[in-house]
Design a protein around this ligand. Structure first.
Ligand SMILES: Nc1ncnc2c1ncn2[C@@H]1O[C@H](COP(=O)(O)OP(=O)(O)OP(=O)(O)O)[C@@H](O)[C@H]1O
Ligand SMILES: O=C([O-])CC(=O)C(=O)O
Ligand SMILES: [Ca+2]
Ligand SMILES: [Mn+2]
Length: 592
């Protein structure tokens, strides 16, 4: 048998680390003398010479007994816990333990989510329980499950987390207005998830962290492990379950990071309207001098992130906002931008935000140069980058602002029928808000591979909890109180439907938005776009007038008419389910 001194150093170090783990178990890891002694014993050297060896990764003993107790109380006994680790530490951990992770040439971290590279809305569930039963709009979006099913999923997640040697806990806030701020805790097995939530939640100050206390909501991300299909109410190996009674979210069977941020958004979409506040799947920015606020509603892929990053304006946020009596606030601490086709020329602010601390999800890169090929869709169309708000140079921190002056509803119309811009009456704004029309573009949701017409109430039905009318009423009230201009902007197809025409140029869309901000467009001369009865400006600075009226961009007018009729009928069919609860003026805003 080999004597201790004959063991190869690497084996001895490994053994020492094994003992270190034991030390963690005894909660002695913070005692550096003891740590060094254990290493020294294993290496058969004096403790003094181990002074030079960094004992354990720096942050492992940044946590105290309180952190371990906090997890113990939840039934989690893993001892190596990174609690609120800094990005650098999370990089270290991802590189060590998560396959494929790499530091790219920009300094950003590349991470991979595995099989699921977009959200899984069909696998989302809400626990049906007496306290919230009457609040939730049950149906295809909020699919009920029992408390028993939730318990099984929660236990499965916790069992999985207990099999992990190391876990990550990230604490942060949702909501920039301290009056409506919620404390969120995420417990996950992946450093990549912790870094994502570090970017996306509002980062507490050191002092706020010290006084964080109990979170309002806890997310258990055990996404690397599936749910059990035999569990009542589960239809696949993926499950995102929200429980408003226990204030918990359990994620199984998907490691796509977006599920966590949209989990938090769903929670806010429950809590805020309960207090009379409208929450919005929307981006927002403000004029640098005038401070005029614009809110951009839109479903996934319609341009919220892209268009809210504007060198002439201050970014408030790119995806989730709320509107109170004081004005608007961002719910998040970061942005989550699509990276597909990204170029510095087209999206300079986003491009420059890709640096140390930014997290690139599912991108393809050259392993030698560390350079990303943003056009490579071989993993997914839905490549993403998350970064803290302050990585955008012209950002408003704290991310709160006044009442909106303009509300822009973005739609990516794959039929190529809707005008690039039209001015909406209040009734039309409500009609389009409730309709929430767009074409889903490939990527963000699993299974969508080409643009498909979608109606998603409030431009974000998958994240809404109450009946759409609740959000619509709150929004309508705010819009009339503050005399807001409402616009419909088509960032989708022009010159023909998908396959024939092409996507509206970003340059044109930006010019239209500039004209709105300069106040020129509201003062323009308008003509009516028939059937949809939309007011379309005859001219717009920086834009060829020929593209403003959609039929003029089509070579075949008969085809255009057919498409317009088709789209109008889709609007009407979709709206039937809302007709009962809507006033006559809103119903009259429907296309003919
Ligand atoms: N005319 C246009 N206006 C806006 N975006 C355009 C236009 N043409 C092409 N695009 C592209 O469409 C995509 C819009 O995605 P963006 O990330 O802004 O969506 P989003 O509304 O923020 O969605 P999500 O809610 O999923 O984050 C970008 O990749 C952008 O480059
Ligand atoms: O949630 C995501 O994955 C990205 C997003 O913002 C959306 O889809 O609206
Ligand atoms: Ca976005
Ligand atoms: Mn979104």
């Amino acid at each position: 048998m080999a004597s201790k001194s004959m063991l190869r150093p690497v084996v001895r170090v490994a053994r020492a680390l094994g003992q270190l783990r034991q030390l963690h178990t005894c909660r002695l890891a913070r005692d550096q003398t003891k740590v060094r002694q254990v290493i020294a014993d294993a290496l058969s050297v004096s403790a003094v010479s181990v002074q030079q060896i960094p004992a354990v990764p720096a942050d492992y003993h940044a946590h105290g007994d309180a952190d371990i107790d906090m997890l113990h109380d939840l039934g989690i006994h893993t001892q190596a816990v990174q609690h609120n680790a800094r990005p650098g530490t999370l990089y270290d951990e991802a590189l060590r333990y998560e396959k494929g992770s790499a530091i790219l040439s920009t300094g950003a971290l590349a991470a991979f989510s595995g099989a699921k590279t977009g959200r899984s809305p069909l696998d989302k569930r809400v626990v049906q329980e007496p306290g919230t039963q009457d609040d939730v709009w049950w149906g295809a979006v909020n699919i009920p499950v029992s408390e028993a099913t939730f318990k099984i999923n929660r236990e499965r997640a916790i069992d999985y987390l207990n099999t992990r040697e190391r876990l990550y806990v990230m604490d942060g806030f949702a909501g920039w207005d301290p009056e409506y701020r919620y404390k969120i805790r995420v417990i996950t097995s992946r450093a990549y998830h912790a870094l994502f939530m570090h970017n996306m939640l509002i980062r507490p100050t050191e002092e706020e962290l010290a006084n964080f206390g109990q979170p309002d909501y806890t997310i258990y991300n055990a996404g690397a492990f599936p749910c059990n299909r035999a569990t009542d109410g589960m239809t696949s190996g993926t499950s995102v379950t929200l429980n408003f009674a226990s204030k918990e979210v359990v994620i199984l069977g998907t490691q796509y990071a977006g599920e966590m941020k949209k989990g938090v958004f769903t929670i806010m979409n429950y809590l805020l309207p309960k207090q009379g506040i409208v929450s919005m799947h929307a981006s927002a920015n403000a004029g640098k001098d005038k401070g005029d606020v614009t809110v951009f509603f839109g479903l996934s892929g319609t341009g919220k992130t892209t268009l809210s990053a504007d060198e002439n304006r201050l970014l408030i946020g790119d995806d989730e906002h709320a509107w109170t009596d004081k004005g608007i606030f961002n719910i998040e601490g970061g942005c989550y931008a699509k990276a597909i086709g990204l170029t510095r020329e087209k999206e300079p602010e986003i491009w420059d935000a890709i640096r140390f601390g930014a997290l690139l999800e599912n991108v393809v890169f050259d392993p030698r140069t560390g350079e990303v090929d943003y056009n490579d869709t071989s993993i997914t169309e839905n490549t993403r980058v998350s970064y803290p708000l302050e990585y955008i140079p012209n950002v408003q921190i704290p991310a709160v602002a006044g009442h909106p002056k303009n509300i822009i509803m973005l739609t990516c119309d794959a039929f190529g029928v809707l005008p690039p811009v039209s001015k909406l009456t209040k009734a039309q704004a409500m009609y389009h808000f409730i309709s929430g029309y767009t074409a889903k573009v490939a990527g963000t949701e699993m299974g969508v591979t080409e643009p498909t017409a979608t109606f998603s109430a409030c431009f974000g039905a998958p994240f809404m909890v109450w009946h759409p009318a609740k959000y619509a009423e709150l929004l309508a009230e705010k819009m009339s109180q503050h005399n807001v201009n409402a616009w419909l902007i088509n960032t989708g197809w022009t010159g023909g439907s998908y396959g024939v025409g092409h996507r509206m140029s970003l340059k044109d869309t930006r010019a239209i938005i500039d004209a709105i901000h300069e106040g020129n467009l509201a003062a323009a001369e308008f003509e009516t776009f028939p059937r949809f009865n939309l007011q379309v400006p005859k001219t717009c600075a920086g834009v060829d007038s020929k593209i403003l009226m959609p039929n003029k961009t089509w070579s075949n007018q008969e085809e255009f008419e057919k498409s317009a009729v088709k789209l109008a009928s889709l609007f009407k069919d979709n709206f039937k389910k809302f007709s009962d609860g809507c006033s006559p003026d809103i119903l009259a805003a429907a296309p003919q």
